[in-house]
Write a protein that binds this ligand. Structure first.
Ligand code: GLN
Length: 500
């Protein structure tokens, strides 16, 4: 996505030496992530909690852990697939500035729908709205950050993104504490409502800070002519009809509708999408030899990224349930809500991100290549699940484990995340063929969707397999993928043709 408008770098007072607009976007994204991670911390716990009562461990929908994890995986996958559509709307119809505003309002609406007690329909509709709104807001807000800087101001822009990433994690850190506390002490729906209020604060300060953004992202970068709009709307309509028809067919075959039908249909579509996308890119005939080679390298990174998020994002599902059901969360005579443990990764990111960045800068040319960092990340994320085998065995035998197991696992996961997530984003922008920067970023997020979908479906095996074998098999598979990538890394590096 591109941003037109006059860059506001250097105008007015500054925010840590950066344009003041960065503060506005920092806070918008902080509150959006607050709402996203606050709700995410509660979602799976709410799905599996038995219906009796109003607070954890009861008061939920009583769905099995396997099905709940699949629902959660598909929801997350939807969140990361919608930027494909959101980016298009921003680039070709509304401009990023408006897309962020509309996205924020839709997200807040989604959270408030989830806050309505005893209404399953509004709960599911709320989830869909959050996914749709995030597709508009998330890619556009990052794109506005980029638009704050003049071209050529690369180092300040990179530093700006690092500050922005802190905002993401600050929101992700505070939210589970607030929403988890409210859900545990009042009821689930107040927890969901708190997420909605977070997003409303974000929208309010985005509107109030509008002046600090000048006219960045106001114009529509590449307006779509009416016939293109008609074609895109037509195709979207067709896709919706296909989804509804497939869901109906699944329900018919299975003898009655259930939410699993929607989960399975969306999973199939999300897995087919990247195949279509990559085929189109490779067979477009527009790529130079170097671009072709870089795209093949990107495909390798895409697959590795999918394996990574498949495990990493289970922090909000499998590990979250583990915290609720199989962990001793007592500190003195205070029993910490399970959702609190969702704050561990973001606070660790805030602590370790500057350290990782400093190490890469210090190593300079001796820093590991992107492919090598990815390989280490896969080994790390796999290891984190292999470690979970030990408390998993205790849980399978009906015992509670110390909370330090999960904290230790989150430390390994955070280090792996810092090897892969920022590296992947930056490599994606540098590997993109001419004029395809935003498309490739959307494709990067699609790798997260693919991982979450597969993770969600695999976790269905949880109910029959038991925790220890589940963690062991998935963890070993990721380690194996990491070792293969380790061996292939010199080749992948050559395929990247000059991109480190
Ligand atoms: N934690 C980051 C965020 O919430 C990255 C998530 C991702 O790329 N899957 O923005």
């Amino acid at each position: 996505m591109s941003v037109t408008g006059v860059p506001v770098a250097g105008s007015g007072k500054s925010f840590f030496g950066h344009p003041r607009g960065l503060m506005t976007l920092f806070l918008t994204e902080m509150w959006e992530r607050f709402s996203f991670y606050g709700m995410r911390a509660l979602l799976t716990l709410y799905l599996v909690a038995p219906p009796d009562g109003v607070t954890p461990p009861g008061g939920g929908l009583g769905i099995s852990s396997g099905d709940a994890t699949a629902i959660y995986g598909t929801y997350l996958a939807l969140v990361y697939v919608t930027p494909l559509a959101g980016g298009w709307v921003a680039d070709r119809m509304w401009g990023p500035r408006r897309a962020v505003l509309v996205g924020g309002i839709i997200i807040a609406g989604g959270h408030f729908l989830m806050a309505i007690p005893e209404q399953q329909f509004s709960f599911w509709l709320g989830l869909l709205l959050i996914a749709a709104g995030t597709g508009l807001l998330k890619p556009c807000v990052s794109c506005l950050v980029g638009g704050l800087y003049d071209t050529g101001d690369e180092s300040r822009r990179d530093a700006g993104f690092s500050i922005f990433y802190m905002g993401i994690n600050l929101g992700a850190f505070i939210a589970p504490l607030v929403c988890g506390y409210l859900a545990d002490n009042i009821n689930w729906h107040i927890g969901f409502a708190a997420a909605g209020f977070g997003m409303l604060f974000g929208v309010a300060q985005y509107l109030m800070g509008s002046k600090t953004l000048g006219d960045v992202g106001v114009a529509v970068p590449n307006p779509a002519p009416p016939e293109v709009r008609r074609r895109v709307f037509g195709l979207t309509g067709l896709l919706l009809v296909i989804v509804v028809a497939l869901v109906a067919a699944f329900s018919l075959v299975r003898g009655g509708f259930s939410i699993n039908d929607i989960v399975d249909v969306l999973s199939i579509i999300i897995l087919v999408l990247p195949i279509i996308y990559f085929r189109r890119v490779f067979s477009s005939g527009k790529l130079t030899d170097v671009e072709h080679s870089r795209m093949r390298a990107f495909l390798v990174l895409f697959l590795a990224s999918a394996v990574f998020w498949m495990i990493f994002d289970q922090a909000g599902s499998t590990l979250n349930i583990f915290a609720q059901e199989n962990t001793d969360r007592n500190i003195g005579n205070f029993e910490m809500p399970a959702a609190f443990l969702q704050s561990v990764d973001p606070i660790l990111v805030i602590i370790f991100a500057p350290i990782f960045a400093a190490v890469w800068t210090k190593l300079g040319d001796r820093a590991p290549s992107t492919a090598l960092k990815f390989a280490f990340a896969l080994v790390g994320i796999g290891l984190s699940f292999v470690v979970m085998v030990i408390p998993g065995l205790a849980a399978d035998g009906g015992e509670l484990s110390s909370v330090w197991w999960l904290i230790g696992v989150y430390v390994i996961q955070c280090w792996s995340e810092l090897l892969l997530s920022p590296t992947g984003l930056s490599a994606t922008t540098r590997l993109a063929p001419a004029g395809m920067g935003s498309q490739l970023l959307a494709l990067w997020f699609l790798s997260v969707s693919v991982g979450d979908t597969i993770g969600g479906q695999l976790a269905r095996g949880l109910d029959s397999l038991g925790l220890a074998p589940y963690f062991g098999i998935l963890g070993s598979a990721a380690i194996l993928c990491g070792l293969i990538l380790l061996l292939a890394s010199p080749k992948v590096r050559r395929m990247m043709a000059g991109v480190k």
